[in-house]
Design a protein around this ligand. Structure first.
Ligand code: OGA
Ligand code: MN
Length: 287
Protein backbone atom coordinates (compact mmCIF):
# COMPACT_ATOMS: atom_id res chain seq x y z
CA UNK A 1 0.00 0.00 0.00
CA UNK A 2 1.43 3.38 -1.02
CA UNK A 3 0.18 6.66 0.44
CA UNK A 4 0.93 9.75 -1.63
CA UNK A 5 -0.01 12.93 0.23
CA UNK A 6 -1.71 15.77 -1.62
CA UNK A 7 -1.23 18.76 0.73
CA UNK A 8 0.96 17.83 3.73
CA UNK A 9 -1.39 15.80 5.94
CA UNK A 10 -4.50 16.70 3.97
CA UNK A 11 -5.66 14.36 1.22
CA UNK A 12 -3.85 11.32 -0.10
CA UNK A 13 -3.94 9.03 -3.09
CA UNK A 14 -3.65 5.46 -1.86
CA UNK A 15 -2.53 2.79 -4.30
CA UNK A 16 -1.46 -0.83 -4.17
CA UNK A 17 -4.65 -2.08 -2.57
CA UNK A 18 -7.68 -3.77 -4.12
CA UNK A 19 -10.72 -2.78 -2.08
CA UNK A 20 -12.70 -5.70 -3.51
CA UNK A 21 -10.31 -8.20 -1.97
CA UNK A 22 -10.49 -9.69 1.53
CA UNK A 23 -8.32 -7.09 3.29
CA UNK A 24 -6.55 -8.53 6.36
CA UNK A 25 -7.24 -6.78 9.69
CA UNK A 26 -3.74 -5.31 10.04
CA UNK A 27 -3.83 -3.88 6.50
CA UNK A 28 -7.29 -2.46 7.17
CA UNK A 29 -6.03 -0.89 10.41
CA UNK A 30 -3.16 0.80 8.51
CA UNK A 31 -5.59 1.99 5.86
CA UNK A 32 -7.99 3.34 8.49
CA UNK A 33 -5.14 5.21 10.16
CA UNK A 34 -4.02 6.73 6.85
CA UNK A 35 -7.60 7.88 6.18
CA UNK A 36 -7.86 9.49 9.60
CA UNK A 37 -4.52 11.23 9.17
CA UNK A 38 -5.20 12.58 5.67
CA UNK A 39 -9.01 12.98 6.03
CA UNK A 40 -9.57 12.35 2.30
CA UNK A 41 -8.34 9.23 0.51
CA UNK A 42 -8.48 8.61 -3.22
CA UNK A 43 -8.37 5.12 -4.70
CA UNK A 44 -8.17 4.81 -8.48
CA UNK A 45 -9.50 2.04 -10.70
CA UNK A 46 -11.53 0.21 -8.08
CA UNK A 47 -14.79 -0.20 -10.06
CA UNK A 48 -16.71 -1.39 -6.99
CA UNK A 49 -20.15 -2.96 -7.45
CA UNK A 50 -22.90 -1.81 -5.08
CA UNK A 51 -22.36 -4.93 -3.01
CA UNK A 52 -18.59 -4.44 -2.86
CA UNK A 53 -19.00 -0.79 -1.89
CA UNK A 54 -21.44 -1.61 0.94
CA UNK A 55 -19.31 -4.53 2.14
CA UNK A 56 -16.11 -2.47 2.26
CA UNK A 57 -17.83 0.54 3.87
CA UNK A 58 -19.23 -1.67 6.66
CA UNK A 59 -15.70 -2.38 7.85
CA UNK A 60 -15.74 1.17 9.23
CA UNK A 61 -19.02 0.56 11.09
CA UNK A 62 -22.77 0.34 10.48
CA UNK A 63 -24.10 2.36 7.56
CA UNK A 64 -26.52 5.23 7.68
CA UNK A 65 -29.90 4.69 6.05
CA UNK A 66 -30.19 6.97 3.00
CA UNK A 67 -32.97 9.53 2.73
CA UNK A 68 -35.96 8.46 0.58
CA UNK A 69 -35.12 11.19 -1.92
CA UNK A 70 -31.65 9.74 -2.44
CA UNK A 71 -32.92 6.24 -3.21
CA UNK A 72 -33.93 5.54 -6.78
CA UNK A 73 -33.05 3.67 -9.94
CA UNK A 74 -32.96 0.37 -8.03
CA UNK A 75 -29.71 1.25 -6.22
CA UNK A 76 -28.86 -0.98 -3.26
CA UNK A 77 -31.04 0.21 -0.31
CA UNK A 78 -27.88 0.74 1.77
CA UNK A 79 -26.54 3.29 -0.73
CA UNK A 80 -27.28 6.86 -1.72
CA UNK A 81 -27.61 7.55 -5.42
CA UNK A 82 -26.12 10.82 -6.67
CA UNK A 83 -26.97 11.04 -10.32
CA UNK A 84 -28.51 13.29 -12.93
CA UNK A 85 -30.76 10.50 -14.22
CA UNK A 86 -34.26 9.42 -13.29
CA UNK A 87 -35.56 6.00 -12.25
CA UNK A 88 -35.59 4.87 -15.87
CA UNK A 89 -32.04 6.04 -16.55
CA UNK A 90 -33.02 9.11 -18.57
CA UNK A 91 -31.06 12.35 -18.14
CA UNK A 92 -32.73 14.89 -15.86
CA UNK A 93 -33.48 18.37 -17.13
CA UNK A 94 -31.73 21.00 -14.96
CA UNK A 95 -35.14 22.24 -13.78
CA UNK A 96 -36.28 18.74 -12.77
CA UNK A 97 -37.38 18.55 -9.12
CA UNK A 98 -34.61 16.13 -8.25
CA UNK A 99 -31.93 18.09 -10.10
CA UNK A 100 -32.96 21.17 -8.12
CA UNK A 101 -32.76 19.16 -4.85
CA UNK A 102 -29.28 17.90 -5.81
CA UNK A 103 -28.00 21.48 -6.12
CA UNK A 104 -27.54 21.36 -2.35
CA UNK A 105 -24.30 19.47 -2.96
CA UNK A 106 -22.79 22.55 -4.62
CA UNK A 107 -22.56 24.29 -1.25
CA UNK A 108 -19.69 23.55 1.15
CA UNK A 109 -21.02 21.07 3.70
CA UNK A 110 -20.36 18.06 5.86
CA UNK A 111 -22.63 15.05 5.25
CA UNK A 112 -25.59 14.43 7.54
CA UNK A 113 -24.79 17.17 10.06
CA UNK A 114 -28.56 17.81 9.94
CA UNK A 115 -29.21 14.34 11.38
CA UNK A 116 -29.25 13.77 15.16
CA UNK A 117 -26.46 11.23 14.61
CA UNK A 118 -24.19 12.69 11.92
CA UNK A 119 -22.01 10.48 9.74
CA UNK A 120 -18.36 9.58 10.09
CA UNK A 121 -17.10 8.60 6.66
CA UNK A 122 -18.58 8.99 3.20
CA UNK A 123 -17.41 6.64 0.47
CA UNK A 124 -18.24 7.89 -3.01
CA UNK A 125 -17.85 5.57 -5.95
CA UNK A 126 -17.83 6.94 -9.50
CA UNK A 127 -19.77 5.00 -12.13
CA UNK A 128 -20.07 7.53 -14.94
CA UNK A 129 -18.43 10.94 -14.94
CA UNK A 130 -18.55 13.98 -17.20
CA UNK A 131 -15.55 14.76 -19.39
CA UNK A 132 -15.31 18.22 -17.85
CA UNK A 133 -16.39 19.68 -14.51
CA UNK A 134 -18.19 17.72 -11.80
CA UNK A 135 -15.12 17.69 -9.55
CA UNK A 136 -15.54 17.31 -5.81
CA UNK A 137 -13.63 19.85 -3.73
CA UNK A 138 -12.42 19.30 -0.19
CA UNK A 139 -11.44 21.86 2.45
CA UNK A 140 -9.43 21.07 5.56
CA UNK A 141 -11.63 22.04 8.53
CA UNK A 142 -8.84 21.03 10.95
CA UNK A 143 -6.51 23.69 9.57
CA UNK A 144 -9.43 26.12 9.79
CA UNK A 145 -9.73 25.44 13.52
CA UNK A 146 -5.97 25.57 14.10
CA UNK A 147 -5.45 28.85 12.24
CA UNK A 148 -8.54 30.89 13.03
CA UNK A 149 -7.51 33.10 15.89
CA UNK A 150 -10.63 35.15 16.53
CA UNK A 151 -12.04 37.04 18.23
CA UNK A 152 -15.47 37.30 16.62
CA UNK A 153 -16.77 40.64 17.86
CA UNK A 154 -16.38 40.36 21.63
CA UNK A 155 -16.38 36.56 21.52
CA UNK A 156 -12.97 34.98 21.94
CA UNK A 157 -11.81 31.78 20.28
CA UNK A 158 -12.01 30.10 23.67
CA UNK A 159 -15.64 31.15 24.14
CA UNK A 160 -16.58 29.60 20.79
CA UNK A 161 -15.84 26.20 22.31
CA UNK A 162 -19.08 26.31 24.27
CA UNK A 163 -21.40 27.29 21.43
CA UNK A 164 -24.12 25.03 20.07
CA UNK A 165 -25.56 25.33 16.57
CA UNK A 166 -28.73 24.18 14.91
CA UNK A 167 -28.24 22.22 11.67
CA UNK A 168 -31.02 21.99 9.13
CA UNK A 169 -31.30 20.60 5.61
CA UNK A 170 -34.42 22.71 5.19
CA UNK A 171 -32.29 25.81 5.81
CA UNK A 172 -29.41 24.69 3.55
CA UNK A 173 -31.67 23.66 0.67
CA UNK A 174 -33.56 26.95 0.95
CA UNK A 175 -30.25 28.73 0.26
CA UNK A 176 -29.86 27.14 -3.18
CA UNK A 177 -32.94 25.09 -4.10
CA UNK A 178 -35.75 27.17 -2.61
CA UNK A 179 -38.70 25.88 -0.58
CA UNK A 180 -38.70 22.29 -1.86
CA UNK A 181 -39.75 20.13 1.07
CA UNK A 182 -43.26 18.91 1.83
CA UNK A 183 -44.74 19.47 5.28
CA UNK A 184 -44.19 15.79 5.99
CA UNK A 185 -40.48 16.06 5.15
CA UNK A 186 -40.18 19.25 7.18
CA UNK A 187 -41.57 17.42 10.22
CA UNK A 188 -39.14 14.55 9.62
CA UNK A 189 -36.13 16.91 9.49
CA UNK A 190 -36.52 18.52 12.91
CA UNK A 191 -33.12 20.26 13.22
CA UNK A 192 -30.67 18.76 15.72
CA UNK A 193 -28.19 20.76 17.79
CA UNK A 194 -24.49 20.13 17.32
CA UNK A 195 -21.47 21.62 19.11
CA UNK A 196 -19.64 24.28 17.08
CA UNK A 197 -16.32 22.69 17.99
CA UNK A 198 -15.92 18.93 17.47
CA UNK A 199 -12.97 16.84 18.52
CA UNK A 200 -12.11 13.85 16.36
CA UNK A 201 -12.15 10.78 18.61
CA UNK A 202 -9.30 9.04 16.78
CA UNK A 203 -6.95 11.92 16.05
CA UNK A 204 -7.78 14.39 18.82
CA UNK A 205 -7.88 17.21 16.24
CA UNK A 206 -10.58 19.85 16.47
CA UNK A 207 -12.72 21.42 13.79
CA UNK A 208 -15.40 24.07 13.50
CA UNK A 209 -18.39 21.95 12.59
CA UNK A 210 -19.96 24.36 10.11
CA UNK A 211 -20.93 24.23 6.41
CA UNK A 212 -24.24 24.84 4.69
CA UNK A 213 -26.51 22.86 7.02
CA UNK A 214 -25.25 24.83 10.02
CA UNK A 215 -27.98 27.41 10.37
CA UNK A 216 -27.32 29.49 13.46
CA UNK A 217 -26.00 29.63 17.00
CA UNK A 218 -28.45 28.68 19.72
CA UNK A 219 -29.04 31.62 22.07
CA UNK A 220 -27.53 34.22 19.72
CA UNK A 221 -29.49 36.64 17.52
CA UNK A 222 -30.17 34.72 14.29
CA UNK A 223 -28.17 36.95 11.92
CA UNK A 224 -25.19 37.26 14.27
CA UNK A 225 -24.94 33.47 14.43
CA UNK A 226 -25.34 33.09 10.69
CA UNK A 227 -22.58 35.63 10.11
CA UNK A 228 -20.24 33.69 12.42
CA UNK A 229 -21.04 30.43 10.60
CA UNK A 230 -20.36 32.15 7.26
CA UNK A 231 -17.06 33.51 8.57
CA UNK A 232 -15.85 30.10 9.76
CA UNK A 233 -17.12 28.24 6.68
CA UNK A 234 -15.36 30.87 4.56
CA UNK A 235 -12.12 30.57 6.55
CA UNK A 236 -12.06 26.84 5.75
CA UNK A 237 -11.87 27.74 2.07
CA UNK A 238 -8.43 29.34 2.02
CA UNK A 239 -6.93 28.20 -1.31
CA UNK A 240 -3.89 26.52 0.26
CA UNK A 241 -6.21 24.25 2.27
CA UNK A 242 -8.42 23.11 -0.61
CA UNK A 243 -8.03 20.62 -3.40
CA UNK A 244 -10.33 19.40 -6.15
CA UNK A 245 -10.71 15.77 -7.05
CA UNK A 246 -11.13 15.27 -10.80
CA UNK A 247 -13.08 12.05 -11.16
CA UNK A 248 -12.43 9.07 -13.37
CA UNK A 249 -14.94 6.21 -13.59
CA UNK A 250 -13.93 3.53 -11.09
CA UNK A 251 -12.57 5.95 -8.47
CA UNK A 252 -13.50 5.54 -4.84
CA UNK A 253 -13.02 8.56 -2.59
CA UNK A 254 -13.42 8.34 1.17
CA UNK A 255 -13.67 11.45 3.30
CA UNK A 256 -14.06 12.01 6.98
CA UNK A 257 -17.02 14.26 7.73
CA UNK A 258 -15.47 15.02 11.13
CA UNK A 259 -12.43 16.62 9.46
CA UNK A 260 -13.37 18.21 6.15
CA UNK A 261 -15.98 20.19 4.28
CA UNK A 262 -16.72 19.28 0.68
CA UNK A 263 -18.78 20.40 -2.29
CA UNK A 264 -19.52 19.29 -5.82
CA UNK A 265 -18.78 21.47 -8.85
CA UNK A 266 -21.10 22.06 -11.77
CA UNK A 267 -20.88 20.28 -15.11
CA UNK A 268 -22.68 20.19 -18.42
CA UNK A 269 -26.16 18.78 -17.65
CA UNK A 270 -26.13 17.05 -21.06
CA UNK A 271 -23.47 14.69 -19.67
CA UNK A 272 -24.22 11.80 -17.34
CA UNK A 273 -22.79 11.71 -13.83
CA UNK A 274 -23.60 8.64 -11.74
CA UNK A 275 -22.14 8.12 -8.30
CA UNK A 276 -23.02 5.77 -5.46
CA UNK A 277 -22.32 6.65 -1.85
CA UNK A 278 -22.07 4.53 1.25
CA UNK A 279 -22.19 6.57 4.44
CA UNK A 280 -20.85 5.26 7.72
CA UNK A 281 -23.05 6.22 10.68
CA UNK A 282 -21.64 8.17 13.61
CA UNK A 283 -21.29 6.77 17.12
CA UNK A 284 -24.22 8.70 18.59
CA UNK A 285 -25.70 12.16 19.13
CA UNK A 286 -23.08 14.83 19.83
CA UNK A 287 -24.91 16.97 22.36
C1 OGA B 1 -21.69 13.77 -1.46
C2 OGA B 1 -21.46 15.06 -2.15
C3 OGA B 1 -20.54 16.04 -4.14
C4 OGA B 1 -20.29 15.58 -5.51
O1 OGA B 1 -21.61 12.72 -2.10
O2 OGA B 1 -21.96 13.80 -0.27
O3 OGA B 1 -21.64 16.08 -1.58
O4 OGA B 1 -19.33 16.06 -6.12
N1 OGA B 1 -21.01 14.96 -3.39
O5 OGA B 1 -21.05 14.72 -5.99
MN1 MN C 1 -22.01 15.64 0.56
Amino acid sequence: MKVQAIIDDFGAEISGIDLKSAIPDDTFAALHEAIDRHAVAIFREQFLSSEELATFAQRFGPLEIPLKRDQYGGVDPRLTMLANIDDDGNLLRPDDKHAVYMKGNLLWHTDSSYKPVPSKYSLLSAREVPVQGGETEFADARACYDDWSGPYGETTKEELEKLICEHSIIYSRTLISGDIFSDKEKAQFAPPRQPLVRTHPRTGRKIYYVGSHCSHVVGWPLEKGRALVRELTGFCQRPEHIFAHRWRAGDLVIWDNRSVLHRGRTYDPAERRIMHRATVAGDGPLT
